[in-house]
Write a protein that binds this ligand. Structure first.
Ligand SMILES: C[S@@+](CC[C@H](N)C(=O)[O-])C[C@H]1O[C@@H](n2cnc3c(N)ncnc32)[C@H](O)[C@@H]1O
Length: 214
């Protein structure tokens, strides 16, 4: 683990290029998994509900599952992930962008799903991101997101599926307060694994389901 504190380095570029390079390996490891929280979401929302998949990756397995029932917009900062997602999921719209560079009209979505993505954004942006997501959600809409248990200064690891990768996050203490302040009510928090590989997960992440307040 190395502090990500080099002012000359563009860490978002490092994330985007990292996922460009490791997309094939990550897809291979990730594709067999599915998530009970997506099943839960499917029970809450009507057919054709509008869903944003933030950091959708290659679209497997989550975006494809969502797109069976919902009108899905997938966003990812990695060109290669988006290329793969367009191939894997025909009936969804994919945008190649940093989520922070995008804006959507208020009340565009019934749900936002963000699995294993927010901790790749500099944590100084997380508060603004939550406010954006709250605005983009319809009142009563759902946020389903993996966050992090404990705060960590921004750092990189040298070998995430063969590439250097960046993480940056607060912990649940801070996230609970930030989400409440941004206009969310937390409905549940559970722990889930890292979502790839067949072996027992070496780490777990808090999975938060929150609802946009009226
Ligand atoms: C660990 S992968 C998870 C992919 C997918 N959500 C899943 O469950 O398999 C994280 C994804 O978030 C994307 N990502 C990271 N930072 C992003 C940003 N600022 N804007 C949009 N996507 C981002 C990465 O490119 C990567 O595809």
């Amino acid at each position: 683990m190395k502090p990500a504190s080099d002012p000359t380095l563009d860490y978002k570029r490092l994330v985007a290029q990292g996922y460009d390079q490791c997309a094939a390996a990550y897809e291979l490891a990730r594709r067999e998994k599915t998530h009970p929280e997506i099943k839960w979401l499917k029970k809450q929302l009507p057919n054709q509900a509008q869903v944003l998949d933030l950091g959708c990756g290659c679209g497997l397995p989550v975006t494809r599952e969502l797109a069976k029932r919902f009108v899905v917009t997938g966003v990812d900062i990695s060109a290669e992930q988006i290329r793969r997602a367009r191939r894997h999921v025909r009936h969804a719209t994919f945008l190649h962008s940093d989520i922070m560079a995008l804006d959507f009209p208020a009340a565009s979505f019934d749900a936002v799903v963000a699995l294993y993505a927010i901790f790749h954004l500099p944590r100084g942006e997380h508060d603004r991101l939550f406010h954006n997501l709250r605005r983009w959600l319809k009142p009563g809409g759902y946020l389903v997101a993996t966050l992090a248990q404990d705060p960590e200064e921004p750092y990189t690891e040298p070998d995430f599926f063969g590439v250097e990768m960046y993480w940056s996050h607060y912990g649940m203490l801070e996230y609970n307060a930030m989400l409440a302040e941004a206009g969310f009510t937390i409905l549940s928090t559970s722990l889930i694994g890292h979502g790839y590989g067949l072996e027992a997960p070496v780490e777990s992440h808090p999975l938060v389901i929150a609802q946009a307040r009226e």
